[in-house]
Design a protein around this ligand. Structure first.
Ligand code: NAD
Ligand code: MLT
Length: 555
C-alpha cells in the first residue's frame, strides 16, 4: 500500500473540514491546532519536514525561515483569503504551491463591513456602552442616515462588490476604485467607477477598503488623502491593518476632521493594549472578526480540505496563488507532456554539460506544434525548465519554482505554439542557446504514454526517452554498430533499443542506444577511440513511467 500523505493542521479548522480530510484513506491527518502552548515557529518548521501538505488560517505565519529547506511539503492551503501570512516568494522558490479559499468568507466579511458602517453612523457601540454603565444620553448619540450618502469602496473584488450591493439596497450612492474592474461591469452594479483613489476621497461620506495588503496598498489612505476627505467622513477597514495609515487616522480623528472609524484589522494583531486607536471614542474596533461566523468558518475549512485532497489525491490544482489552476482531468491530459518536457530538459542539460563543458545557458526556446499546443503549455515549459535546472544539482527544481530559478540564473525562456501539425500529432521542440552555440532536441508522444526522442543534432530518429542513453555521433561506415555492440557486451552492458539518424549514406550520423545500465568510463573511452566516432554523450533519465518528482512524491 502506498505511503499515506501527511496533512499538518496548525490553526483551528472547523469539524466539517476535518471530516472531508478524514474521508480520504490516502491521507494521514496531523492536527496540532489544539497544541497548548501554541507551536513555536521552530516547532512548525520541524513538523513541516514530515508533512506533504499544511492547512493554516491566519495565525500560523509561514515565513522564509520556516519554509527554506523544506523538501517534502508540496502544498500550503490557507483556509481564508489573505495569504499575507505566507512568504510567497520563499514558498515559490522552494517549489511549494500556495492555495487559498477565496469565496468562503466573502458574505460574512462584507456583512461585518456593512454592520460597521451602520454602527458608525448611529454610534451603536458607544451608546450601548453608556447604557450598560447605567446611563441614558439621547442627544450625545445623534447619528447620520445612510440613505442618500455616498460610500466609496476601494477594491471592488468579491467583498467590495458584495458590500456595494448592500449599500445600494440602502439607497446609498456607491463610488469605487479598482484597477481590474471594467466600467461596464461597475455600471451593471450601479457603481460609479473612478480611475484613481484621489478622485474619490473628496466625494464620499463613508470609505471602506477591500484590497489585499501589498506594498502598493500599504498606507493607501494616508495623511494627505485623509486631509482631502469631507469633514466628518467615516472610514471602515475590514481588509488588512495598514491599508489605512494608523497614525494618520488617529491624528485625523483627534483633530476632528474625520468623524470616526471602524476597524476589524490592525498592523499588529492584537494591537498593543494602549494603542491610540483603541482609546478614541469615535473608533469602533473588533478583533479580526470578518470571517468569524459559523457559516464562513465551515465554508473555508471544507474548501481548504477539498483543495488539499484534490491536489494530493488527483494532482488537481485549484485556487493556486503561484501556479496556473489545473483540473484533475486537465492534469491527467497533460501529465505525459509534463513528463516529456521534464525528460527533454534533463537530456539537454546533460548533453550540454558533456559537449560544451562550461557553456552558460542564455535562452531556452520551446515550440509546441499540433495537439499539444492546445494544452496548458506554460506548465509543460516549466517542466522542461525544471529538468534543465535539476540535472546534476542537489535541490531539484519543479514546475512551481522553475521560472524563478531560471530567472535567477539569467536564462530567458521563450515559448511559442502552432496548432499546425507537422509529421507528428504533437511535437515539442526545444533549443538551448548557450555561450558556445545552440542545440536542439524534439520529442513526441506515441499513443498516450510512449515518449520518444524524434530529433537530435538535426537528424530524425526514434529513441526511447528513459533510463540510460548512449548517444554517439559518427561517420556512417560499415562495422561500427558491431564494434559498439561488442565493446558494450565486453563491459556487461545490455542494449535494449537502438535508433539511428543520418543525412545520407556514408555521411554524418547520430545513434542513440537505450541501455540497461550505464557504461563505464573504460567502455566510453573505447567507443570514443574508434576513428569513425566523433563524439559520445551518456545521459541518465528516469525509468519509463517513474513518478514526476513534484507531483507524486518529492525527490
Ligand atoms: P479579491 O481578490 O476578490 O478582491 C481584492 C480586490 O482588490 C481586487 O479586485 C483587486 O483588483 C483590488 N485591488 C488590488 N490592488 C488594489 C489597489 N491598489 N487599489 C484598488 N484596488 C485594488 O479579495 P476579497 O475576497 O474581496 O478580499 C479582500 C481582502 O479582504 C483580502 O485580501 C483579505 O486581506 C481581506 N479579508 C479580510 C477578512 C477579515 O476577516 N477581516 C476576511 C476576508 C478577507
Ligand atoms: C481572510 O483573509 O480570509 C481573513 O483574514 C479571515 C481569516 O482567515 O481570519
Amino acid at each position: 500500500m502506498p505511503q499515506k500523505q501527511r496533512v499538518l493542521i496548525t490553526d483551528k479548522l472547523s469539524k466539517a473540514g476535518l471530516k472531508v480530510l478524514e474521508a480520504s484513506p490516502e491521507l494521514e491527518i496531523v492536527n496540532l491546532s489544539g497544541a497548548e502552548p501554541k507551536l513555536t515557529p521552530e516547532q512548525v518548521r520541524q513538523e513541516l519536514f514530515n508533512a506533504d501538505a499544511i492547512i493554516i488560517r491566519s495565525e500560523t505565519k509561514l515565513t522564509a525561515a520556516i519554509l527554506d529547506g523544506q523538501t517534502r511539503v508540496k502544498v500550503i492551503a490557507r483556509a481564508g483569503v489573505g495569504v499575507d501570512n505566507v512568504d510567497l516568494e520563499a514558498a515559490t522558490r522552494q517549489g511549494i504551491i500556495v492555495m487559498n479559499t477565496p469565496a468562503g468568507n466573502t458574505t460574512s466579511t462584507a456583512e461585518l463591513a456593512f454592520a460597521m458602517m451602520i454602527a458608525l453612523a448611529r454610534n451603536i457601540p458607544q451608546a450601548s456602552a453608556v447604557m450598560k454603565a447605567g446611563g441614558w444620553d439621547r442627544s450625545k448619540f445623534t447619528g447620520t442616515q445612510l440613505a442618500g450618502k455616498t460610500l466609496a469602496v476601494i477594491g471592488l473584488g468579491r467583498i467590495g462588490l458584495t458590500l456595494a450591493k448592500r449599500a445600494l439596497a440602502f439607497e446609498m450612492q456607491v463610488v469605487g476604485y479598482d484597477p481590474l474592474l471594467s466600467e461596464d461591469r461597475a455600471r451593471e452594479f450601479g457603481i460609479t467607477l473612478y480611475r484613481d483613489v484621489d478622485q474619490i476621497v473628496d466625494k464620499c461620506d463613508f470609505l471602506s477598503v477591500h484590497t489585499p495588503l501589498t506594498p502598493e496598498t500599504t498606507g493607501l489612505i494616508n495623511a494627505e488623502r485623509l486631509a482631502r476627505m469631507k469633514k466628518g467622513a467615516r472610514l471602515i477597514n475590514c481588509a488588512r491593518g495598514g491599508i489605512i495609515d494608523e497614525d494618520a487616522l488617529a491624528d485625523a480623528i483627534e483633530s476632528g476632521h474625520i468623524g470616526g472609524a471602524a476597524l476589524d484589522v490592525f498592523v499588529e494583531e492584537p494591537p498593543a493594549k494602549d494603542h491610540r486607536l483603541r482609546k478614541l471614542d469615535k473608533v469602533i474596533t473588533t478583533p479580526h472578526l470578518g470571517a468569524s461566523t459559523a457559516e464562513a468558518q465551515e465554508a473555508v475549512a471544507v474548501e481548504a480540505a477539498e483543495i488539499i485532497t484534490a491536489f494530493l489525491v488527483n494532482n488537481e490544482v485549484r485556487h493556486a496563488i503561484n501556479m496556473v489552476p489545473i483540473s484533475g482531468a486537465e492534469m491527467k491530459d497533460v501529465k505525459s507532456f509534463l513528463d516529456l518536457g521534464y525528460r527533454l530538459g534533463l537530456l539537454q542539460k546533460q548533453m550540454l554539460a558533456q559537449r560544451f563543458k562550461c557553456a552558460g545557458i542564455k535562452e531556452a526556446r520551446i515550440t509546441y506544434r499540433g495537439e499539444v499546443a492546445k494544452r496548458k503549455t506554460k506548465l509543460i515549459t516549466s517542466a522542461f525548465v525544471a529538468g534543465l535546472i535539476s540535472a546534476g544539482v542537489e535541490e531539484p527544481a519543479n514546475i512551481i519554482n522553475a521560472d524563478v530559478v531560471a530567472r535567477e540564473r539569467g536564462i530567458q525562456i521563450t515559448e511559442s505554439t502552432s496548432d499546425q501539425a507537422g509529421d507528428f500529432a504533437s511535437l515539442m521542440s526545444t533549443t538551448l542557446v548557450t555561450d558556445n552555440g545552440q542545440f536542439d532536441v524534439s520529442g513526441t508522444i506515441f499513443g498516450n504514454e510512449f515518449l520518444r526522442l524524434v530529433r537530435l543534432d538535426g537528424f530524425q530518429l526514434e529513441a526511447y526517452l528513459d533510463s540510460h542513453l548512449l548517444i554517439y555521433r559518427h561517420q556512417d561506415k560499415p562495422g561500427l554498430i558491431g564494434f559498439i555492440g561488442s565493446v558494450l557486451g565486453k563491459h556487461g552492458v545490455n542494449i535494449s533499443n537502438m535508433a539511428l539518424g543520418r543525412s545520407q549514406v556514408g555521411g554524418d550520423a547520430v545513434a542513440v542506444l537505450n541501455l540497461d545500465s550505464s557504461p563505464s568510463d573504460a567502455a566510453r573511452a573505447e567507443i570514443q577511440g574508434h576513428p569513425n566516432v566523433t563524439g559520445v554523450d551518456i545521459v541518465r533519465l528516469p525509468v519509463a513511467g517513474e513518478a514526476l518528482p513534484w507531483l507524486d512524491s518529492r525527490g
